[in-house]
Design a protein around this ligand. Structure first.
Ligand code: DX5
Ligand code: ZN
Length: 213
């Protein structure tokens, strides 16, 4: 299981230290939640902040763009040092163009689905992406309750990927903790994002280890 702590739940006044702490504690990737106050009802940070954080670690930067019209900013996020750039299917009218552009910029391309969005919406894009992110909460905030029907969605997606013989990571984001990690792994999830579970714990190392199953 790839574990990607989300800095959304970190202490924003000490972001560099927090990233170093999860790096040392064994985080595989650093998950960066970019919110614009339009696609989701919250605002976080953008490419300039990510660029300055890039100096703090060599770990994979996994940018989750919860923004409208992401095409306008892809070059900025690529230049800021993101390794994975994930856009929301719901925010992209020309999704194929968007993911193709991400790959042209030399980055791994991800597509995310909100809890209420059907897998049918990504069937045609699978050959062009490196990762599918299934949201297990409605995006916008950390610390929300895991929505159980994502288990079935992960299993269905695993089947779709298997049938198409593609190499695509299934990532799950929202409400992930030590109680649901085992079932997520069994269903076929290969990467989890965890914000409040990791940053809300006294010991980041133990929290991350519990997710690495
Ligand atoms: C939600 C974000 C998540 C969030 C997860 O909109 O995409 O990455 O930080 O936080 P937890 O793990 O607290 O649900
Ligand atoms: Zn996220």
């Amino acid at each position: 299981m790839i574990v990607a702590p989300s800095i959304l739940s970190a202490d924003f006044s000490r972001l560099a230290e927090e990233i170093k702490a999860i790096d040392t504690a064994g985080a595989d990737w650093i998950h960066l939640d970019v919110m614009d106050g339009h696609f989701v009802p919250n605002i976080t940070f953008g490419a300039p902040v990510i660029k300055s954080l890039r100096k703090t670690t060599d770990k994979v930067f996994d940018a989750h763009l919860m923004i409208e019209q992401p095409d306008r900013y892809l070059e900025d996020f690529a230049a800021a040092g993101c390794d994975y750039i994930t856009v929301h299917q719901e925010a992209c009218v020309h999704l194929h163009r968007t993911v193709t552009r991400i790959r042209e910029l030399g980055k791994k391309a991800g597509v995310s689905l909100n809890p209420a969005t059907s897998l049918a919406n990504i069937e045609e894009i699978l050959p062009y992406v490196d990762m599918i992110l299934l949201m297990s909460v409605n995006p916008g905030f950390g610390g929300q309750k895991f929505i159980d029907n994502v288990y079935g969605k992960v299993m269905m997606l695993r089947q779709m990927i298997k049938e198409s013989k593609l190499d695509i990571i299934i990532q799950v984001d929202g409400g992930v903790n030590d109680k649901n990690i085992e079932k997520l792994a069994k269903c076929g999830c290969g990467c989890v994002v965890a914000g409040s579970y990791v940053f809300g714990s006294d010991d980041y190392k133990t929290a991350i280890e519990k997710l690495k199953i």
